[in-house]
Ligand binder design. Structure first.
Ligand code: E4P
Length: 217
């Protein structure tokens, strides 16, 4: 499973990229606004740090303007994935860009039917939002299971990019279901490293080692 981080905070991206665990980055207009930076500069800076796909979202609602925005965004770097919303115009844009060899991430997916449309439009990634589905009392992971099954049935090459992840078990469950990518906040990626028994065990080992008075170096 690939790990993307869902943030526009460059310091966080640099810090986590150094762990070797970051395969890509997803941003959205809310995260970009929070960064306080100029959007095009921000995407360029992220692309310079992470070589994998960096999602940059269009903000137009109509196909013609989406295409114009995508033309600007795709020039920033070869690893930019154009993010479009799951709307008729977004999918029309997805199809046109995908036919032209551009990576497209279709975002704001909340149903298996929508995911099927995105795959037919040639999306490189479909982003189902599990956390937001959980928030309204449905199980977001049921959607991941459905999409993985449906894509498997037809051999669609669209990668399932599990988004709106809130905690480590979302990542584990997504991996169990065979999703290709999890995009998560930096805090969740850091949580993946932790287990109290690891800390406890390490402390005990090092306490015993200290008693020997030895040093490896
Ligand atoms: C994914 O691309 C989205 O930016 C993101 O996962 C949304 O997560 P949220 O529901 O926590 O805002």
């Amino acid at each position: 499973m690939k790990f993307f981080i869902d943030t526009a905070d460059l310091n966080e991206i640099k810090d986590l990229a150094a762990t070797g665990m970051v395969d890509g980055v997803t941003t959205n207009p809310s995260l970009a606004a929070k960064s306080g930076k100029k959007f095009l500069d921000l995407i360029a800076e992220i692309c310079a740090v992470v070589k994998g796909p960096v999602s940059a979202e269009v903000t137009a609602l109509d196909h013609v303007t989406m295409m114009k925005e995508a033309a600007v965004l795709r020039k920033i770097a070869s690893n930019v994935a154009i993010k479009v919303p799951l709307t008729p115009d977004g999918l029309k844009t997805c199809k046109a860009l995908s036919d032209d060899g551009v990576m497209v991430n279709v975002t704001l997916c909340f149903s298996a039917a929508q995911a099927l449309l995105a795959a037919k439009a040639g999306a490189a990634f479909i982003s189902p939002f599990v956390g937001r589905l959980d928030d309204v009392g449905t199980d977001g992971m049921d959607l991941i299971e459905d999409i993985c099954t449906i894509y498997g049935n037809y051999g669609f090459r669209t990668e399932v990019l599990v988004a709106s992840i809130r905690h480590p078990m979302h990542v584990v469950e997504a991996a169990r279901l065979g999703a290709h990518v999890s995009t998560m906040p930096p805090s969740t990626l850091r949580q993946l490293f932790n287990h109290p028994l690891t800390e406890k065990g390490l402390k005990a080992f090092l306490d015993d080692w200290a008693k020997t008075g030895q040093s490896i170096l």
